[in-house]
Design a protein around this ligand. Structure first.
Ligand SMILES: Nc1ncnc2c1ncn2[C@@H]1O[C@H](COP(=O)(O)OP(=O)(O)OP(=O)(O)O)[C@@H](O)[C@H]1O
Length: 250
C-alpha cells in the first residue's frame, strides 16, 4: 500500500521567553492510502501541534514530514503551499468559514483559490451537499446555520477537491452526539468509497471508533497504537478504545 504521510522523529519545541515547551519529543509513524487514523491523548499532549506539522502549516524543530512523497523540509514556502493545496483538506475546530459567502460558495472556495473553473465540479458539489445533508441550505450564510451545519460545510469544503489526505482537528467538538456520529460516518465513507486518507484528532472515544487505527500521544510521544476492525460492533471497538485510555491514564 502507498504511504501518503510519514512523520520521522518529529520534534517541536516552542520557545516562551526564557523557557521552552517540548510539544513533540520525537514522533514516528506512517499512514497508508485509504487508512483512517485517530490521534488521541490528554490535553497538551501535542495532538494539534502534530496535525499542523503533518499538514505543513508549521515546521518541526527537528525531524521530517513526508507528504505525498514530498519531504516538506526541502520545499520552499510556495512549494509547500502548493503541496498542501493539492494533497490536503483541512477541517479545523473553528470552521474558518467566510461570513459573507453562502454555504455553497464556502465549499467551492478551495477551487477558486486554486484558480479552477468551478463549473466542472457542480456534480461533486451536489453529491457533497447531499452527503452532508445541506442541499436545502446551500444558499445560507454561516450566521444562518447552526454550529453542526457550519461544521458540515467545513467538511464538504475539505472534500471538494477530493484530496488524498484529510486532516481534521476535533471534527465533532461542540456537536451533539447525533451530528457528531453523522460526521464521523461521512469521513469513514470518504475513506471507504473514495480511498481518501483521514487523520483525525479527537478526545472523544465515540468518534475514534470509526478509525482503523488509534494512535495515543502523551507528553509529545506516541505511547500506544491500537488497530480497530470496522467489521466489529461499535460497542466492542468503544470498549477497546476506552480500556486503552484508562490504562494510559494510570
Ligand atoms: N504556539 C505555541 N506556543 C507555545 N506553546 C504552545 C503553542 N502551541 C502549543 N503549545 C504547547 O505545546 C503543548 C502541546 O499543545 P497542543 O495544542 O499540541 O496539545 P493538544 O494535545 O492538542 O491539546 P488539547 O487537547 O488541549 O487541544 C502544550 O503544552 C501547549 O501549551
Amino acid at each position: 500500500m502507498k504511504q501518503v504521510l510519514q512523520a520521522q522523529q518529529v520534534r517541536k519545541l516552542y520557545r516562551l521567553g526564557d523557557h521552552s515547551v517540548n510539544a513533540l519529543a520525537g514522533v514516528d509513524f506512517a499512514v497508508e492510502q485509504g487508512e483512517f487514523v485517530a490521534i488521541m491523548g490528554p490535553s497538551g499532549s501535542g495532538k494539534s501541534t502534530l496535525l499542523h506539522l503533518l499538514g505543513g502549516l508549521d515546521k518541526p524543530s527537528e525531524g521530517e514530514v513526508i507528504l505525498a512523497g514530498n519531504r516538506l523540509s526541502e520545499l520552499n514556502d510556495q512549494a509547500a503551499t502548493l503541496a498542501r493545496r493539492h494533497h490536503v483538506g483541512f477541517v479545523f475546530q473553528f470552521f474558518n468559514l467566510l461570513p459573507t459567502l453562502t454555504a455553497r460558495e464556502n465549499i467551492l472556495l478551495p477551487l477558486l483559490i486554486d484558480g479552477k473553473d468551478t463549473n466542472g465540479y457542480e456534480e461533486r458539489l451536489l453529491t457533497l451537499l447531499d452527503l452532508v445533508g445541506l442541499s436545502e441550505r446551500q444558499n445560507h450564510k454561516p450566521d444562518q446555520l447552526s454550529g453542526g451545519e457550519q461544521q458540515r460545510v467545513a467538511i464538504a469544503r475539505a472534500l471538494i477537491t477530493a484530496p488524498e489526505l484529510v486532516l481534521a482537528d476535533e471534527p465533532t467538538g461542540n456537536l451533539d452526539t447525533k451530528t457528531g456520529r453523522a460526521i464521523m460516518q461521512l469521513l469513514r465513507r470518504s475513506c471507504d468509497e473514495f480511498s481518501q486518507t483521514m487523520v483525525v484528532v479527537t478526545h472523544d472515544p465515540q468518534a475514534a471508533i470509526y478509525a482503523d487505527r488509534v494512535i495515543f500521544l502523551r507528553d509529545g510521544l506516541v505511547v500506544q497504537q491500537i488497530h480497530l476492525n470496522p467489521q466489529e460492533p461499535l460497542a466492542v471497538r468503544l470498549k477497546m478504545v476506552m480500556d486503552e485510555m484508562e490504562k494510559l491514564a494510570e
